[in-house]
Structure formats: structure tokens, C-alpha cells
Design a protein around this ligand. Structure first.
Ligand code: DGL
Length: 264
């Protein structure tokens, strides 16, 4: 089907998901929406994040998307049921692909989940993992400072190492064998996180797992693109397109032309 896929996040972080989807499905038209005027979502209530998510999806429906990817872990944790009941297109968050992958990779049934305060507070990851296997022990930890560190480009800085130690030492003592990077920004701190958790612990990158599930969903529902025209890439933000471009290029590992500012 020759209509675009919509991907939204609270800001630039979801470009990690956009990047993986673009790599796996280079022929698909992709529209990104970053709610830069209202970021961060990770410290807001479920009610507010759900309202924002509904407004963004309404905007993307106006762009005639065929599928919605909720790239923001916080929105995926709290807003998916509301989006699925309000809209008729398939809605896929990053939470379930990440949870499924963690259950698959875990050898000792001990899984760690890290994310924003709102994601961890919602317990949505714990519920999703336990739904898949009730015998799994899930340990969680909010790591709010990872978001600004990633945006500042300090994912590999010694400060990131010190912050990671502070947040994760307790989690590393629980004996988890798999950790879900339950936030768009955390793949940029993989090195620092891996160093504290140890080499034996598998880090699950939700962005990558989501791209794999999107590919299967397009095939299963016969939604894959069928023509050979040049794929469309469009980026919408609600504020500061220049900053989005500058910071976003680090997340996307790709130049970001045509960023358009819109009001919802
Ligand atoms: N995109 C958010 C997430 O994945 C992180 C940034 C924010 O708090 O808005 O949870």
C-alpha cells in the first residue's frame, strides 16, 4: 500500500526508531513527528501524555498514514489502548517488541527494565513481560538523567559512566541477565550501561526490535509498499526545528533536511 508510515515521539529520541525502520524498510515512505514544544513526556502524567498522543495521531491521520509507530516509550507505556480504540489503522508501540525480545533472550528469567519516571511508574513493561511469562522476575529502575546526557552528546563521556554507576549498581546486583533499554535515548548510552551491567547481560534495543516487528506486520497485513518511487522522508516538530535538526542528526546518524514546524 502506497501510503506513509507515521512515527511519533516527544522530541528527537524517536529518531533512533526512525533510523532502524529506515534501515530495515528503505523503500517505505516515513513521516516523523517530534513534539519538541512539550518534551519531556517522561515526567508527565499518563493523562497528559495520552492527550498529547491523541492530538499527534490526529495530525498524522491527516497525512494519510497507513500505520502508526509510537516511538516514545513513555507514550507506549500509557497511551496505546486509547490510540487503538480511537483510530482504525494498526498502532504499534516500542514496548511490546522490547518486552517480547527480552523474554526471548533471557536465560535465567531475570529481566531488568530501565526508562523514564513515567514509564517505570506505569509498570507497563512489568505487566507486558509477566503476561508473556509469569515466572519472570522483573526489576526496574528509572534513569531520568540519561535523556539530557544523550541530547548533549555525552553518551560516551565519563560523566555518563558515573551517572550510570549511580543508577545501575543496585540493578546489577539483582542478577538480571537481560536489560530492556526502555527509553528512546538509551541506545546512545549503551557503552556506559553495558560497562556497569557487565558483558554477560544482554541489552535489548527496543528500536531495533520494533523495526523487525513493523516489517512482519506490513507483510502480514499486506501493507508493504508496492511501487518503486523515491521514498518520502518528512519531519514535523512543534517547536525549534533548528535545534531538532542539530541534535537529531546525532540520533538519526543521517542528515535531516526539511524539518517543518507545525501547531497542533
Ligand atoms: N521519548 C521519551 C521516552 O522514550 C524520552 C524523553 C521524554 O521524556 O520525553 O520515554
Amino acid at each position: 500500500m502506497n501510503r506513509p508510515i507515521g512515527i511519533f515521539d516527544s522530541g528527537v529520541g524517536g529518531l533512533t526508531v526512525f533510523h532502524e525502520v529506515m534501515k530495515r524498510l528503505p523503500e517505505e515512505d516515513l513521516i516523523y513527528f517530534g513534539d519538541t514544544a512539550r518534551v519531556p513526556y517522561g515526567i508527565k502524567s499518563a493523562e497528559t501524555v495520552t492527550r498529547y498522543s491523541m492530538e499527534i495521531t490526529r495530525f498524522l491521520m491527516g497525512q494519510e498514514i497507513k500505520l502508526l509507530i509510537v516511538a516514545c516509550n513513555t507514550a507506549s507505556s500509557v497511551a496505546i489502548p486509547a490510540l487503538q480504540s480511537a483510530f482504525t489503522i494498526p498502532v504499534l508501540g516500542v514496548l511490546l517488541p522490547g518486552a517480547r525480545a527480552a523474554v526471548r533472550y533471557s536465560t535465567r528469567r531475570r529481566i531488568g527494565v530501565i526508562g523514564t519516571e513515567a514509564t517505570i511508574g506505569s509498570s507497563a513493561y512489568v505487566a507486558a513481560i509477566r503476561d508473556l511469562d509469569t515466572r519472570i522476575d522483573v526489576h526496574t529502575q528509572a534513569c531520568p538523567l540519561f535523556v539530557p546526557l544523550a541530547e548533549e552528546g555525552w553518551g560516551g563521556h565519563p560523566i555518563a559512566g558515573a551517572v550510570a554507576r549511580e543508577y545501575l549498581e543496585g540493578l546489577s546486583r539483582t542478577g538480571v541477565d537481560t536489560v530492556v533499554l526502555g527509553c528512546t535515548h538509551y541506545p546512545l548510552l549503551k557503552g556506559a550501561i553495558g560497562k556497569i551491567m557487565g558483558e554477560a547481560v544482554t541489552l535489548v534495543d527496543s528500536a531495533l526490535e520494533t523495526a523487525t516487528e513493523v516489517q512482519s506486520l506490513l507483510l502480514d497485513r499486506r501493507l508493504a509498499r508496492t511501487d518503486n518511487a523515491e521514498p518520502l522522508r518528512k519531519y514535523f516538530v512543534t517547536d525549534a526545528p533548528e535545534r531538532f535538526r542539530k541534535v537529531g542528526e546525532r540520533f538519526l546518524q543521517h542528515p535531516l533536511p526539511n524539518v517543518e514546524k507545525v501547531t497542533l
